[in-house]
Design a protein. Sequence first.
Length: 452
Amino acid sequence: MKSAESTSPGTPDRWYLLSYVAITYFAIYAHRNLINYIQPSLLLPVAEGGLGLDESQLAWVGPVWQIPYCFSQLFAGYLSDRYSRRRVILSSLLASTVCLAAMGLVSNLPELLIGRALLGLAQACAVPAMAGAIADCFRPHARSRAMAIYLFSYNVAVIVAGKYGGAIADLPAQHIPGTPDSWLVHGWRLSHFAFAAAGGLAWLILLKVLKEPARTERADDRGLGTEGGNFWQTLGQVVRVPTFHLMYLTFACSAIVIRISRFWLPQHFHNVFHESLGWNQEDVGSFSTLWIQIGSMSGLLLGGLLADRLVRRNFRGRIQVELAGWLLLTPCLVIVGTQENLVVLRIAMLLLGLGLGAYQANFWTASFDVIDPAARATAVGLFNLTSGLLVSTWFDPFIGWLEADAKQQGVSILGTAIVSVAGVAALCIGLLMLMLWVTLPRDHVDNTRESL
């Protein structure tokens, strides 16, 4: 029979902690995704208030954020395993806010790329710290639900950035009172300032209420012990787990799906519907985010609840839910890339989000089932690092180069690119099946015996 401690849902302050980290994640995710929904403004000539970019240049805003973000994750994760996560989270949010505000002042491509790189560095420490804190505050049988609620915040952030970021960017240039008539602030700059102000408000609130969470599930007689190990010991504790390597490959596959749906799908819909339906940036931002995010939030909730129920009886439960999510979303990519019927697109995007949400609700929590508790934040950092190396270093520039070349011939390849990502999804299905039946039975660790 399990002890009362092992059946406890978590620490007494777990819901407060979850709400605070969700606020943080909402702010930093809105900061990083805002640029996805103001792309047409940046493509405008300088004389019209834009930066005069083309698609191949704009494609670099993803990698220049992702590469420093991912490379610094390795050390950021280790810091969160050893030192105060409260300080890490607050410092990251404040730095993100300052960087976003500064990006509203840029005047050319190099300045924009420097701003994105600094934003990536600023945000690098937050996610490993928050993921590790959630794992410590919630027991395994309640962890997927907690992660689903936490990830709700980023879905809301994408919807808000898509609708209101695009709406503000569509505003005509505003004159700054008390300045010369030539001093105008264009809509895309106002978007940066508005979202930075929201981040600053969130930081002030968290500075007052966020407390350092307790560290749980560590044991002196197991793994890295209660105090954790040095950097190399912690790193070795993660990379020696075979399931970890399959997990980061599936995470890289999900990164491709996310990049194609977050960055390139809005531009694809702008290409398709700007002339035929007269859509502006707000219309494109809303349509390309709303239905996927509604589906994703539903998938997070249902996937989290289902996995927590299944894992009580079967340690494969979380991976089974992840697999079901990928089986659902794979054909939806083909539909989204080929259809122009709005009703069909809404349904396909809803189901695409549902499948992606089911996977996301369980990815981090499944990794916590195979990784030493004293190395969880390091594992999260490694997942982000490998995703950056395998995807972010080449994917957006490659698609941007293809699209810029196609535009010179009067066509677009974005629909074809979206359909092609279905092949990546099929690869992910194979990796999950290998994990489910080969590596997970050997690597699964039962952490329910330790008290909180």
